[in-house]
Design a protein around this ligand. Sequence first.
Ligand code: NAP
Length: 342
Amino acid sequence: MKIGILGTGGIARVHIEALKKIPGAVVSAIAGRNYERTQKIAMEFGISSPYSSYEELIDEADLEAVINCTPNFLHAPLSIRALDRGHHVLCEKPMSTTTAEAEAMVKSAHNAGKLLMPAMCFRFEERTMMAAEIINEGRLGDIYYIKADFLRRDGQPGGWFTDSKTAGGGALLDIGVHILDLSMFLSNCGRPVSVKGQVFYHPAMMDGIIGTDKWVSVNQDGNRDVETFGTGLVAFDNGITINLEAGWNQHREKDLLSLAIYGTKGGLQIYPELRLFRNKDSKMVSEELENLIPEETENGRFKKQAQHFIQALKGETECTCPAEDGLKSVQIIENIYNSSIL
Ligand SMILES: NC(=O)c1ccc[n+]([C@@H]2O[C@H](COP(=O)([O-])OP(=O)(O)OC[C@H]3O[C@@H](n4cnc5c(N)ncnc54)[C@H](OP(=O)(O)O)[C@@H]3O)[C@@H](O)[C@H]2O)c1
């Protein structure tokens, strides 16, 4: 299975590492604007065909699939081009920057008869699988409310990530999308019927702060005109409401990744630690499940994600992460942005 990589930044490397561990998967082409960097990565990973243009790779390379690891504004145009050329596409999150783009992507995949899968890697964590099993056994009863937080203390990435022209949005579209998608996936939440939200623009809060380089983009140029914090309340047609918060530069003790799902018979905390809350012998009890989660191997969720993509495009399994789900997340976040403007 020959796969091409669009992009040469942080996440491109993660995908290449993951694919190396999958028998039969070969990364045979890679493209980036910076040819020197592209050649260097090609040498490092033994990729035979480096390209200096994303379009050239899509049009000319002999491939079955591409992984789109470019900045958000290129997700729709490059994925559509790849689908039209007959490639299956695994597209990094967010699937696009607008609902209109996501709809066009879904349509292209349908017309081409190819798989378009948004890369929602949190779905492929061991803890997610355990949580899904507990929920699917009906142990929470009817789910009615989800609190989903992805807050970084010092994680404003800069570069294209903070420029609305290249990113399309800020913390909500960058990290909020992960926890929103996971909430919707685990709760089987139905169709969104109401979205309210508020976004805040405080990029200058990080001026003069010497941060970690954990989250930075490969290039640091770019405007800083996207939201640094956003919150949304999303109601669905089956009675579930998600309360979402995402921020890059919160003044708080440490980063917080937190997901709590409340049902009529029980509650499940997925992050920071897996715990089930339920009734037993007329009392509410807590069950610690964290140490029952199978140990996650390095790069594990990305490997499982790539394996699932490959199996799904071969028709060996149904894709559990369809493009329509990528569209739904983008549509909700777009509505949070719109609802905070009078
Ligand atoms: N699933 C996850 O957990 C996860 C984690 C991180 C990122 N991501 C997603 O992956 C995508 C890439 O993120 P990243 O962290 O890899 O970013 P990055 O490290 O900044 O790399 C971005 C890539 O795009 C190229 N690029 C940058 N600006 C460009 C522009 N204006 N026009 C065309 N190409 C440009 C960069 O290299 P050149 O300058 O050489 O072209 C590089 O190849 C994003 O959509 C992001 O949301 C997902």
